[in-house]
Ligand binder design. Structure first.
Ligand code: NAD
Length: 294
């Protein structure tokens, strides 16, 4: 059993902290929301009165926060001054590569060990303990992080040095955003050409146009396995979060002068979709604009 502080008990962090508690760890939980803290208590965590109190005796600290600025603030104001030397810091939030590297360097100067460990998989996977973790950090840090992350996921993969986890995450999600739009476009065109969409799925899902966006997350209701499309695009992975990841990918591409035209176009299309008020819908709902439905 490890004493683990968990900061950020939102949609994702709530289920992740619960799974750590279920695995027998002593979880000291903190969130700015008292409702989230209450839910964590019900799930077997020990609520702390402050982030500093949560991390004081911890051997490991997991953060699951909205964005880079929140992570930077917690590392600078809470972890650097209050965590004990040798504590392992695991940031599972999706943030920019630069901040991930900066906070890891800060941690190192304070005698702490940091990994970035963003996740693939949404709220259902966080609750079920079936996330995939992409980990950036030294081999020694990964060896310490892996058993903890395994309690919350089905796969824990060492991506490389600090920042590599975030790099893998945003490259993967840039690919996902572009492939979802391409899949939606193909279905919209097939429809206008008079093809039966189930028949098109039967063909494309075993042909060279096949992708995860088509066969695991089909944007057409009633076609393929059950997906958010079958629930009027509710639940799943919100378009606003896809836009966040595409924006991080654009920022990362600019920082290394990489040409990512499909990623950039996908970001523009999701920006327009979110600006139109659809940020809370599943990201596959972008097919409704391509079909001229909204
Ligand atoms: P969320 O907004 O539901 O949860 C974030 C939590 O952090 C909130 O409860 C908030 O009160 C808390 N918080 C913010 N600042 C804090 C502070 N200073 N101290 C303590 N608590 C603080 O967000 P989420 O959906 O759980 O996402 C968390 C991270 O996971 C994000 O980086 C997101 O991009 C990433 N992610 C989300 C999903 C998803 O499907 N929701 C999937 C993969 C990755």
């Amino acid at each position: 059993m490890t004493t683990i502080a968990f900061i950020g008990l939102g949609h994702m962090g709530g289920g992740m902290a619960a799974n750590l508690a279920k695995s027998g760890h002593d979880v000291r939980a903190f969130d700015l929301s008292s409702e989230a803290l209450h839910r964590a208590k019900t799930a077997g965590c020990l609520p702390a009165a402050s982030a500093a109190e949560a991390v004081a005796d911890a051997e490991a600290v997991v953060t699951m926060l909205p964005a880079g600025k929140h992570v930077r603030e917690i590392y600078e104001t809470i972890l650097a001054p209050h965590a004990k030397a040798g504590t392992l810091l695991l940031d599972c939030s999706t943030i920019d590569v630069t901040t991930a590297r900066d906070v890891a360097t800060l941690a190192e100067t304070k005698g702490l060990i940091a990994v970035d460990a963003p996740v693939s998989g949404g709220i259902a996977a966080a609750n079920a303990g079936t996330l995939t973790f992409m980990v950036g950090g030294s081999a020694e840090a990964f060896a310490r992080a892996e058993p903890i992350l395994s309690n919350m996921g089905k796969a824990v993969i060492h991506a490389g040095a600090n920042g590599a986890g975030q790099a893998a995450k945003i490259c993967n999600n840039m690919l996902l955003g572009a492939s979802m739009i391409a899949t939606c476009e193909a279905f919209a065109l097939a429809d206008k050409l008079g093809l039966d969409l189930q028949r098109f799925y039967d063909i494309a899902s075993v042909s060279s146009g096949q992708s995860w966006s088509m066969t695991s997350y089909c944007p057409i209701p009633g076609v393929g396995p059950e997906t958010p499309a079958d629930r009027n695009y509710e639940g799943g992975f919100a378009a606003a979060l896809m836009l966040k990841d595409l924006s991080l990918a654009r920022q990362a591409a600019a920082s290394v002068d990489a040409d990512t035209p499909m990623g950039a176009r996908a970001a523009e299309l999701y920006q327009a979709f979110v600006d139109g008020g659809a940020g809370g819908r599943d990201f596959s709902a972008i097919i409704t604009t391509l079909r001229g439905e909204s």
